[in-house]
Design a protein around this ligand. Structure first.
Ligand SMILES: CC(C)(COP(=O)(O)OP(=O)(O)OC[C@H]1O[C@@H](n2cnc3c(N)ncnc32)[C@H](O)[C@@H]1OP(=O)(O)O)[C@@H](O)C(=O)NCCC(=O)NCCS
Length: 192
């Protein structure tokens, strides 16, 4: 059974993971949502205008009314710049399993922020939300995402051919990763 607690603020060495707000709309558009270098690795297309981002942000902010909504903006402590987002979703009440997804703005790639974010959310999922298994998938032509999953303790479980069709109509093979509760907290604790 999940212990839902909404989207509490999570602090790491260099980052604050926090709820998004409508004032973040322009930064989200400028820093990652309008950028095809980011969206090409996701299913949703890049936003063409900030009005699209506003609609999305309104939906996210509305989601915070529910304790079962876990959606963080990723902010650098240094300068309070919003650089990306991460969320937990697809909560399956019968298994206790869920998924994680994330995006970091291109200007901040390869500085360790993705790894720092994912490690923090994996920890949160197992320690605070009683998640049983956390999964994610990345396009095989996006190895950086697989790398951060590995660094966060997730294991590759296989490759699914043509698992998604991106906004440009291209089918993509995806590598599927997962981490079990017992992987994270140890065999004894995980089997309780
Ligand atoms: C995936 C993503 C979140 C990674 O964020 P990041 O902040 O750059 O990640 P980090 O800096 O913590 O780590 C990146 C790792 O990938 C490695 N990497 C980068 N490009 C790579 C490539 N082409 N091939 C192999 N490894 C690569 C880096 O060397 C680094 O590993 P290392 O620390 O062992 O050297 C970011 O690239 C992103 O948002 N991409 C677009 C959206 C996306 O892919 N979302 C996930 C969908 S599944």
């Amino acid at each position: 059974m999940f212990d839902f607690c909404g989207t509490p603020t999570i602090e790491t060495d260099r980052l604050i993971l926090r709820k998004l707000c409508l004032d973040d709309t322009q930064s989200a558009f400028d820093h990652w949502l309008s950028d095809e270098r980011v969206s090409d690795h996701r299913v949703s297309p890049a936003h063409k205008n900030v009005a699209e981002t506003k609609v999305r942000m309104e939906k996210v902010v509305g989601g915070y009314d529910s304790k079962e909504f876990c959606y963080w903006g990723i902010e650098l402590k240094d300068g309070q710049v919003l650089i990306g987002e991460v969320d937990l979703y697809d909560f399956n009440p019968s298994t206790g399993n869920c998924e994680v997804s994330y995006s970091i703005g291109y200007n901040w790639w390869n500085k360790g922020y993705g790894t720092e974010t994912l490690k923090a959310v994996v920890k949160f999922a197992f320690i605070h939300m009683n998640v049983h298994k956390l999964s994610a998938a990345h396009n095989t032509d996006n190895p950086a995402s697989g790398r951060i999953m590995e660094k966060a303790g997730m294991k590759q479980e296989g490759i699914i051919r043509y698992m998604i069709r991106n906004a440009k109509g291209q089918y993509k093979d995806c590598a599927v990763y997962g981490i079990l509760r017992e992987d994270y907290v140890g065999e004894e604790e995980g089997s309780k």
